[in-house]
Design a protein around this ligand. Sequence first.
Ligand SMILES: [Zn+2]
Length: 270
Amino acid sequence: MKVFISADMEGVAGVVHQEQTGRDGREHDRARELMTLEVNSAIEGAIEAGAKEVLVNDSHGTMRNLLPELLHNGAEYIIGSPKILSMMEGIDGSFDAAILLGHHSRMGQSGILNHSYNGRVVTNININGIDYGEIGLNAAIAGTFQVPTVLVSGCQFATAEALELIPTIETAVVKQTVNRVVAKNLTPSNAQALIKEKVLSALGKRKEITPFTINGPYTVELTYLHSGFADAAEVLPIVERVNGESHRFYCDDFLTAFRYIRSLINLASS
Ligand SMILES: [Zn+2]
């Protein structure tokens, strides 16, 4: 069995603020350690469940967060950015299951530190009439390769977002969001134990979880924080303007649509 893990930071127990998630934040290095230890627990669970190979993709911010000296020896790690598949770089059809660790709800919803890729630029990503955040799009990337996403960890709103899309997914709620920057957390060791336990049960029922896909053709609408971002992204000729703050484009292939979404957000932020 081969297991893919996408490791974000906002959904890690004990992480509630940008001082922790931002590269220049004073508490960032401690949050990196908490993230690394949750990843290690997921790897332990995967190996105990029978995984022969585990690949971890660092998927937060700079994508250089995992602390190499603390990492579990049972996995290989992708760090650094940019990556074509971003938070899902490295996944392909050879994997048996994907795990979304430390994830968060999409912008526009409740949930700790909620955003969709770039909270300073984009407020909504809509595909064929349904709003998606990182959880939905990451699971759909895995689904493109027929890989089921079997577990998501984070706050109760992140796991609810996943359950709405994948009703049989396993979840590990490591903290309860009180508001966008306040949460009631499990202690690190309790969160790590929960993650290991949930990875074991998720991988045990992986064959009962259907790979999540978004069926094409795709009409994608991006809404930005203000019209200036839409102006900047409009140099990409694929888009048509919907209104001051929104673009639309059409696409037949999901991974191509995802790459356009990422390109537009990067252009807008430039
Ligand atoms: Zn993140």
